[in-house]
Design a protein around this ligand. Structure first.
Ligand SMILES: [Zn+2]
Length: 318
């Protein structure tokens, strides 16, 4: 687990020293994604679990994942933690030089037919715009920009249909890893919204352009929400996730990604862009009340995301 943190740091340092511009953080950090994946894995039926385990062996990072894990894990523990690490793959490839930024605006805007392709591991585009669905809102009557397509929702539809089909395992493996990741992203409210205003006529990139202070290392609102659940490796995540309250079975049964994104949008408007976050770019100083409410909400969303991901895979993975 430390290795994980060091590996991430190393990637960040390598990027910084190579002169590549630092990009906005656009994903729940590893801890958030692994929380969602762990809770999902616990819910999988033995058949679906075995199927997922097998598909993940086809990921090009499979041996690297194995190498990160303690050698004394049981087979069941190892498979659980592989599933957790797999959920971070769409983020970790951002530090792999064999993958490249496609699209425009540092890769956050799709361009061309390749943006929505679903071709499996031969695809070395980063597809950063698959990590979010920017549903715009405005408090000052600014005109709202058009939806960006493809996005997390359109890709989820494409991946879901492949997982439920008789497609080749290679493609299913790729789509499974993306679904593990995207269900997490779609339960982070700032992956479902962009605030449009006179200051940000094209949106604030899900809070990336809103500066904050007073909440540890995070320098912008999006980053704060991405890192809110904690830091650490798989064993830290398991200890944390086992204590999260179980979401209602009614909420966990909602498996339509559009519903999740709409919930995220509403939560962002009502509970994320609230005092001390005001109009404009900040910096805004987050107080204790904001941080503790935000943490409780993020925990709820992660628990719900995990339950939904488990239910989704049980329902569709063939
Ligand atoms: Zn992401």
């Amino acid at each position: 687990m430390r290795k994980n943190i060091f590996a991430s740091l190393l990637t960040a340092l390598t990027l910084a020293s190579s002169g590549l511009a630092p990009l906005p953080v656009l994903a729940w950090n590893d801890f958030g994604h692994m929380t969602v994946a762990y809770l999902a894995y616990k819910k999988l039926t033995p058949t679906v679990r075995a199927r997922a385990d097998k598909l993940l062996t086809l990921n090009p990072a499979y041996n690297a994942w194995l190498a990160q894990l303690p050698v004394n894990l049981s087979e069941a523990e190892r498979n659980t933690e592989i599933f957790m690490l797999a959920s971070t793959w769409p983020d970790t490839i951002k530090g792999d030089r064999s993958y490249f930024v496609d699209g425009s605006q540092h890769g956050f805007r799709p361009e061309g037919a390749g943006a929505s392709q679903n071709i499996g591991y031969d695809d070395h585009q980063l597809h950063k715009y698959w990590h979010f669905v920017d549903q715009p809102f405005s408090y000052d009557h600014s005109p709202l920009p058009d939806d960006i397509v493809p996005n997390a929702l359109t890709q989820m539809q494409s991946f879901d249909s492949v997982l439920a089909s008789d497609s080749a395992d290679e493609l299913k493996s790729f789509d499974l890893v993306w679904v593990l990741h995207m269900v997490g992203d779609l339960h982070q409210p700032l992956h479902c919204v962009t605030r449009v205003s006179r200051d940000h006529p094209n949106g604030d990139s899900g809070g990336n352009d809103v500066l904050i202070s007073g909440a540890g290392e995070s320098k912008n609102l999006h980053g704060f929400w991405d890192w809110i659940l904690g830091r650490g490796g798989p064993s830290d995540v398991i200890a944390f996730a086992d204590k999260l309250p179980e979401p209602s079975s009614k909420a966990a049964a909602k498996l339509d990604a559009k519903t999740w994104a709409d919930e995220g949008y509403k939560l962002a408007v009502k509970k994320v862009y609230v005092g001390p976050i005001k109009k404009g770019s900040g910096p805004f100083v987050l107080d204790e009340a904001y941080v503790s409410k935000a943490k409780a909400l993020a925990e709820q969303r992660a628990a719900l995301g995990g339950a939904r991901l488990g239910n989704l895979l049980n329902a569709e993975l063939k």
